[in-house]
Design a protein around this ligand. Structure first.
Ligand SMILES: NC(=O)c1ccc[n+]([C@@H]2O[C@H](COP(=O)([O-])OP(=O)(O)OC[C@H]3O[C@@H](n4cnc5c(N)ncnc54)[C@H](OP(=O)(O)O)[C@@H]3O)[C@@H](O)[C@H]2O)c1
Length: 390
């Protein structure tokens, strides 16, 4: 039986991971859970899955969880903050860690998991965006198995399985296009928070949903794919595929293109990562091709969605400081948009402005990467706090 530690257990990836654990109690046991502040759900998860380590983002939540679990019997360490996340990521008995934290918060625990020799099912693409080279060299040094959870990266990973030695001509990343792919530029000025959070195909956490609407998510995935599969950016192509049935494709030297298809349901890539190299029932519905009728494809419009091009530009730079700026600026911009302090159209302005204004510096270690990220976040939060208060 595989021991699983779930980072971000109360979020979209975490909940679906636990659904699969519930479906396969003979295959998976939950060793650790880490979440933010949703103590209600975390309490229920602890009672159902009986982990030995549980962590919340804040001390107050951990105290509340301890109070609620005062009648709970069984070994359980309850912690919080960075220490709690790292304890969950390295818990004794965990064979596989599911990295389902959003954004930069996932960086350190994912490194901790790999350094502790755990296999990692990685959803947090920001780890590879911020620290791709360092992370992949750590994965190679520790000899762990890195399993992508992002549906596109999982599709590519599946297409490459058994074909690792073959020359890759092209990786074709598919994108749903998000809710605004057909909006004219004038309409994009009036996009609301609710419209943005209403993704046509996927139900995901708020940060990745906003990133899908700006196509920043696809840009982050281009960077993620570059590091995961060691393929240069000019061999990675993005194509809009509104039905989201083909999750991505790989073209090999002979011109053959392999694709992975399936329902628009994250339980497919999550189950593949949990059970790799086996395949297990993921509980998803079958795709009906007659009901679909046709599959459509179009080029992304990088004039209306400039953040996709920005991700390619970042990969042209030496070092990863520009990718850190891109990612940090996007985190700040999405935070401002979700709190309704800026309109949708300001998200690319903030990110592109940061890339123009903030000089990249050389960063190599995990500490330097974290420090530079925080420096960019602090600077932008300060600038924009002043701007939005007038
Ligand atoms: N959702 C998808 O379908 C999908 C698909 C592909 C890739 N991804 C990637 O997967 C990652 C997670 O996405 P998601 O959609 O699952 O996010 P989400 O629904 O927003 O969930 C985030 C999880 O992280 C927890 N969390 C937030 N801040 C924390 C902190 N400071 N300390 C500890 N825990 C914290 C949340 O806890 P509380 O809710 O308890 O506060 C929640 O459990 C992202 O990098 C995303 O790009 C997601």
């Amino acid at each position: 039986m595989k021991g699983i530690s779930v980072l971000g257990s109360t979020g979209s990836i975490g909940i679906q991971t636990l659904e699969l654990a519930r479906l396969h109690p003979d295959l998976f046991r939950i060793t650790a859970l880490a979440a933010g502040s949703n103590v209600d759900l975390l309490e229920r998860q602890v009672r159902e899955f009986r982990p030995v380590v549980v962590s919340c983002s804040k001390e107050t939540s951990a105290i509340e969880l301890k109070r609620r679990l005062s009648d709970y019997s069984g070994p359980l360490w309850i912690g919080h903050s960075t220490e709690g996340l790292e304890r969950a990521a390295t818990a004794v008995g965990a064979d596989l860690v599911v990295g389902g934290l959003p954004g930069s918060i996932g960086l350190r625990p994912c490194f901790a998991a790999v350094q502790a020799g755990k296999d990692l099912a990685l959803a947090t693409k920001e780890v590879l965006v911020m620290a791709g080279k360092l992370f992949m060299s750590t994965v190679a040094r520790e000899g762990i198995t890195l399993l992508p959870v992002d549906s596109e990266q999982s599709a590519i990973f599946q297409c490459l399985h058994g074909n690792r030695e073959c020359e890759i001509k092209r990786i074709i990343l598919t994108a749903s296009g998000g809710p605004f792919s057909n909006f004219p530029r004038e309409r994009m000025e009036r996009i609301t928070r609710d419209e943005t959070l209403n993704h046509p195909r996927w139900k995901m956490g708020p940060k990745v949903t906003v990133d899908s609407a700006t196509l920043m998510n696809k840009g982050l995935e281009v960077i993620e794919a570059r590091w995961l599969f060691d393929v240069p950016a000019n061999h990675i192509e993005v194509v809009i595929h509104p039905e989201s049935i083909i999750h991505s494709m790989v073209e090999f030297a002979d011109g053959s293109i392999l694709a992975q298809l399936g329902a628009t349901d994250m339980r497919i890539p999550i189950s593949y990562a949990l059970a790799f190299p086996s395949r297990i029932n993921s509980g998803t519905q079958a795709v009906s091709f007659p009901a679909l009728g046709s599959l459509n494809f179009q080029m992304p419009d990088t004039n209306r969605f400039p953040l996709l091009k920005a991700a390619y530009d970042v990969l042209e730079q030496s070092g990863n400081a520009s990718a850190i700026i891109l990612n940090a600026a996007d985190e700040v911009a999405v935070e401002l948009f979700l709190s309704e302090k800026i309109p949708f159209s300001y998200i690319p302005k903030i990110v592109l402005g940061a890339l123009n204004r903030i000089p990249p510096i050389q960063v190599e270690t995990l500490e330097e990467i974290e420090a530079f990220h925080q420096q960019v976040v602090n600077r932008l939060r300060k600038d924009w706090a002043a701007a939005v208060t007038g």
